[in-house]
Design a protein around this ligand. Structure first.
Ligand SMILES: CNc1nc2cc3c(cc2[nH]1)N=C(N)NC3
Length: 371
């Protein structure tokens, strides 16, 4: 019995639009999850995040277990209460961050041991411990299995070994997670850029049975073409009746291309990270407000978007804030970019519902290229 009902309201080619219903609220798909790594969507208050119409945000096991520790978050009532976000939260399991952030990490069948990138302290993360942190201590609504990351390029043998370990860890996560009505557990497909391994991974995850299925091992340096090549077959290997989540993606054009290939959920640091560095995403592509051409440009960033909070501020003012490295510049551009990504998802949902995704895709790609 699936923990969260997933109702697909319309399809257009391989794309779907629907609702993933959770006890803390509905998630309209295709959905973009702002990244709230250490219990904050950086430079934004939860009310600002809510104002963008985001239905769900992401948190990270790796970061929160190091600081303030998962036990402290639990003592303070769990992650929702701690950060005052009462809508759904999806937490990543730590696998990716341990292997990409921590100093020294050893991957064994039993668990991953690593040193904190903050103070060098030693930590152990097993499938069981990751489930305890996410489901019991942080109290997240959607829990991700612990998986093993392989950095690209990799050999088929290495990708196969890591995928099979991830599949064994998937079973251990399912056993440790148990059956819960108010929380969901997602499996993560691995297998690098090898279709046969991706198929084997999907088959093993389906046998174990999950509430949703993520595509892992992408957006790790394979480039746009490499990613799209895998997306031409990987999403459809996963059960059609459950949500499909492409982890760590991505640029607006990547999201559009992945939605067209059957992906329902996304997360990426791009809108907030690029916003903190002066970049604003618009329907005509990204611009950097540091650029001198904006010094006396009195036009707003996105005149036609009433939602975007930065529609009241001139580019000249944003240019000034970015040049002066003022905190408000980081706040307004992060807010603008998250609002833009939510606008994009809302337009994608409408295009699928009205059967005009192909036309949307073409127009969008042409406009983004213009910059
Ligand atoms: C930024 N790119 C990216 N690719 C990812 C891939 C994964 C992930 C996070 C990612 N972020 N988390 C996992 N637990 N596994 C796969």
């Amino acid at each position: 019995m699936a923990a969260f009902p997933f109702k697909i309201d319309a399809t257009d080619g391989r794309a779907r639009t629907g609702i993933l219903a959770t006890p803390r609220g509905d998630i309209r798909t295709p959905a973009f999850m702002p990244v709230g790594t250490v219990g904050t969507v950086k430079a934004m208050t939860v009310d600002q995040v809510k104002s963008t119409s985001a239905d769900i945000i992401l948190g990270n096991t790796y970061h929160l277990m190091l600081r303030p520790t998962a036990e402290r978050v639990a003592r303070l009532g769990g992650l929702h209460k701690f950060m005052r976000w009462d809508k759904p939260i999806l937490t990543d399991s730590g696998g990716f961050q341990v292997m990409s952030l921590s100093k020294i990490c050893k991957v064994k069948e039993e668990a991953v041991t690593f040193q904190s990138h903050l103070d060098g302290s030693r930590h152990v993360l097993s499938p069981e411990r990751s489930m305890e942190i996410q489901a019991d201590l942080l109290g997240s609504d959607i829990v991700m299995q612990l998986d093993e990351l392989v950095s690209l390029p990799t050999t088929e043998d290495k990708a196969a070994d890591a995928m099979r370990r991830s599949a064994r860890w998937a079973q251990r996560c399912k056993d440790a997670f148990g059956t819960r009505d108010a929380q969901a557990l997602f499996g993560i497909q691995q297998g690098g850029t090898f279709a046969s391994l991706r198929q084997e991974s999907a088959d093993r995850l389906r046998e174990i049975g999950f509430d949703g299925y993520a595509i892992g091992g992408l957006a790790v340096g394979e480039g746009h073409e490499g990613m799209v090549e895998v997306l031409d077959y990987a999403p459809e290997m996963l059960p059609a009746e459950r949500p499909r989540y492409l982890m760590g993606v991505g640029k607006p054009i990547d999201i559009v291309e992945a939605v067209a290939r059957g992906v329902d959920m996304f997360d990426c640091v791009l809108p907030t990270r690029s916003g903190r560095h002066g970049q604003a995403w618009t329907w005509d592509g990204p611009i950097n407000l540091k650029n001198a051409r904006f010094a006396e440009d009195e036009n707003p960033l996105d005149s036609n978007s009433s939602v975007s909070p930065s529609c009241d501020y001139s580019k000249a003012y944003l240019h000034h804030l970015v040049r002066a490295d003022e905190i408000l510049g980081q706040v307004l551009l992060s807010w603008h970019n998250i609002a833009f990504f939510q606008d994009l998802m809302s337009q994608l949902r409408a295009a699928i519902a009205e059967g005009r995704l192909e036309a949307f895709r073409r127009t969008f790609a042409d406009r983004q290229r213009r910059m």
